[in-house]
Design a protein around this ligand. Structure first.
Ligand code: R5P
Length: 298
């Protein structure tokens, strides 16, 4: 049984209603509830944009399905809060753990996601008791870049060590990123600026694909492009699995790079690679791991 949120129309006709009550409280209804009773359910629901309300909607969906004994695989192509798996200052929340624990507690049998920031490898894992299937879009992104560049060779590199797992199978190397501290961000925003991106390998005269798991403010990618341009790179292509493009960064990157694109894990103006074939093949014949999920009338 497939359940499809209105925010995931690529997966099919939505069969869940999400609305707001007049005071802003979330209303959620699964139309085909009877068909979910005691069944394996694949729930397609994006967790971005508006991540906090999307997460609350997920809790509503999981709780509703648990009440009829459904075994739910949550398919959420981008996992928000995944960059908060470590603390830098005492007292900070480990939000990645909070979210995975929440999904597990509310009865998700498994999460299927793409290039989850804290996992840094493909395949099955467990985090805060939540079983996660992490799929990488790296091959699709590299294939797409190669189509753009034609027959010329291309070096696949990552802008920091954390994204190294995306490039190793293409013989790629990684730059190093140095972030500043929170003090430099303003007011209510918590952000550690990217101070520099450094490189210890040669890119002179080469076509370069800079591949990352996500482009958020664009700070990392802009510094990485600047670095390889100074290093004498020929053509520079930027790609990432997830594209937020905050702070007008898509326009800035379009000026500085020869091409820029992402998948449609988060819909955006540079989404050129469709994730659905990747998700479908990962889900086909892929039974959810066994786990008790008794009906709970609470
Ligand atoms: C973090 O290390 C990630 O892999 C990305 O490099 C980072 O989140 C991109 O963020 P931004 O676009 O704000 O630099």
């Amino acid at each position: 049984m497939n359940l499809i949120s209105p925010n995931f129309p690529e997966a099919g006709e939505p069969n869940i209603a999400i609305k707001l009550f007049p005071d802003g409280d979330s209303y959620m209804r699964i139309h085909e509830m009877a068909a979910c009773q005691g069944e394996d359910v694949i729930l397609f629901h994006r967790l971005y944009p508006k991540q906090n309300s999307a997460i609350f909607n997920t809790a509503q969906m999981l709780h509703t399905l648990k009440r009829v004994g459904a075994r739910v695989t949550l398919v959420a192509p981008y996992l928000p809060y995944a960059r908060q798996d470590k603390t830098f200052l005492m007292g900070e929340a480990l939000s990645a753990q909070v979210l995975c624990k929440l999904f597990n507690d509310f009865g998700a049998v498994r999460l299927v996601t793409l290039d989850c920031h804290f996992l840094k490898k493909e395949g099955e894992s467990e985090y805060a008791n939540l079983k996660i299937l992490n799929i990488s879009a790296n091959k699709l992104l590299v294939e797409h870049a190669r189509k753009k560049i034609g027959l010329e060779p291309i070096e696949v590199i990552s802008p920091d060590q954390g994204a190294n797992y995306l490039v190793t199978e293409f013989g790629g190397k990684s730059m190093s990123k140095v972030r500043g501290d929170y003090e430099k961000s303003n007011g209510a925003e918590a952000y550690r600026t990217v101070e520099k991106v450094e490189r210890e390998f040669d890119v002179t005269g080469k076509n370069v694909l800079i591949l990352d798991d996500m482009i958020s403010t664009g700070g990392t990618m802009l510094k990485a492009v600047e670095n390889v341009r100074k290093g004498g790179a020929k053509k520079v292509i930027c790609a990432a699995t997830h594209g937020f493009f905050l702070n007008d960064s898509l326009a800035k990157l379009r000026k500085s790079a020869d091409a820029i694109f992402t998948t449609n894990s988060i819909p955006n103006d540079a989404a050129e690679v469709d994730i659905m074939p990747l998700l479908k093949s990962a889900l086909e014949g892929n039974e959810a791991p066994a786990q008790e999920s008794p009906a709970n009338p609470q």
